[in-house]
Ligand binder design. Structure first.
Ligand SMILES: CC(=O)CC(=O)SCCNC(=O)CCNC(=O)[C@H](O)C(C)(C)COP(=O)(O)OP(=O)(O)OC[C@H]1O[C@@H](n2cnc3c(N)ncnc32)[C@H](O)[C@@H]1OP(=O)(O)O
Ligand SMILES: NC(=O)C1=CN([C@@H]2O[C@H](COP(=O)(O)OP(=O)(O)OC[C@H]3O[C@@H](n4cnc5c(N)ncnc54)[C@H](OP(=O)(O)O)[C@@H]3O)[C@@H](O)[C@H]2O)C=CC1
Length: 285
């Protein structure tokens, strides 16, 4: 059993926009962090992003510790085998069930029995991801929001077999990283994306049907409903590949045609225009 006080090292898998943010807030909370990605270029880019974010937060007095000390707690690797010293794993690779299961199955074989596995999935069933391991009691959804260093929430999702102890550890860890938690049952999209993603999908239908141009749809929702970003800008920020993957999970998992992904959203994804991270989505960056 790993109590939070016994958790010294957190491993984060996937150094994209979410993995890098999670590594950052874990290091800010004082944990040793190992961040793992397929490619060393991805790891270097992630560390540069963390450096920039920490500098911003320090300059504004939002953190007291000097950024180099926080950065000094983050190690990079491209090898899963380097994660064996970790006490808690947070996976943040692409929103793809087969890929995630493959990683968890490999980790299950190499990680000591006491280690807890958390997935940052936006929508995939935690119970199904847990089935790739022999430790479903120690498997949980730990859903951070983007941008992780700024957003105050972690949505915790209990799978069918998640133990109370795993839930309590995850809640305490999230709080230690400065986040408030909410708890969701294991249903497609959980709380946040069950509600947010259909709105984003509807914005793509509004655009596809020529009801308004992208700028007016965004301005309408931003100024008309006091959201910090319009839905199309937010979709570009999240990643159109991720938005499309979430809509497919909602549609397949809930079986209601109201969740069908908008063909225009799919078209952007087919074109490789994933949003801010690829330099082009609904808008150019
Ligand atoms: C898809 C899923 O599974 C779940 C999800 O995550 S859904 C997406 C959830 N996220 C959202 O809805 C985000 C909505 N957008 C916002 O809240 C804001 O637009 C935003 C915080 C992202 C940016 O805010 P903004 O006012 O538009 O821009 P900006 O002025 O650049 O940033 C605001 C502040 O955050 C800071 N900031 C933004 N990103 C930062 C980062 N990564 N690190 C440090 N600081 C950061 C900025 O420096 C700025 O600070 P000050 O106000 O002190 O100057
Ligand atoms: N974007 C968002 O707003 C949010 C996303 N999420 C969820 O977080 C997860 C990650 O999303 P996000 O960070 O946006 O995605 P990104 O595309 O930014 O990052 C994914 C990263 O994972 C890496 N990766 C892929 N396969 C492996 C592997 N086998 N081993 C190690 N690293 C791997 C990718 O490397 P490479 O590019 O080389 O393949 C990439 O660096 C998804 O499940 C998503 O649904 C949750 C909350 C918000």
């Amino acid at each position: 059993m790993a109590l939070t006080s016994q958790i010294k090292t957190i491993a984060v898998i996937g150094a994209g926009q979410m993995g890098s943010g999670i590594a950052q807030v874990a290091a800010q909370a004082g944990f040793q962090v190992i961040i793992c990605d397929n490619r060393s270029e991805g790891l270097n880019k992630a560390v540069q992003g963390i450096e920039k974010s920490l500098a911003k937060l320090f300059e504004k007095g939002k953190i007291d510790e000097h950024p180099p000390a926080i950065l000094g707690r983050i190690k990079k690797t491209t090898q899963l085998s380097d994660l064996v010293s970790a006490d808690f794993i947070i996976e943040a690779i692409h929103e793809n069930e087969a890929l995630k299961k493959e990683i968890f199955s490999q980790l299950d074989k190499i990680m000591p029995a006491h280690v807890t596995f958390a997935s940052n999935t936006s929508s995939l069933p935690i119970t199904r991801l847990a089935s790739a391991t022999l430790r479903p009691q120690q498997f949980i959804g730990m859903h951070f929001m983007n941008p992780v260093p700024i957003m105050g929430l972690v949505e915790i999702i209990r799978g069918h077999s998640t133990s109370n102890e795993t839930y309590e550890i995850t809640k305490l860890l999230s709080e230690k990283m400065g986040k408030v938690t909410v708890c969701s049952q294991d249903y497609p999209g959980f709380i946040v994306n069950r509600i947010l993603m259909p709105m984003i999908n509807e914005a793509f239908y509004t655009l596809m049907e020529g009801i308004a141009n992208a700028e007016d749809i965004d301005a309408g929702m931003k100024l008309g409903t006091n959201q910090p970003m319009g839905p199309l800008t937010l979709a570009d920020f999240i990643g159109l590949d991720t938005c499309y993957a979430i809509m497919k999970v909602l549609h397949d998992g809930l079986g209601d045609s109201k969740y069908r992904p908008c063909p225009l959203l799919k078209k952007y994804v087919d074109a490789g225009h994933f949003g801010k991270k690829t330099g082009q989505g609904v808008y150019k960056y």
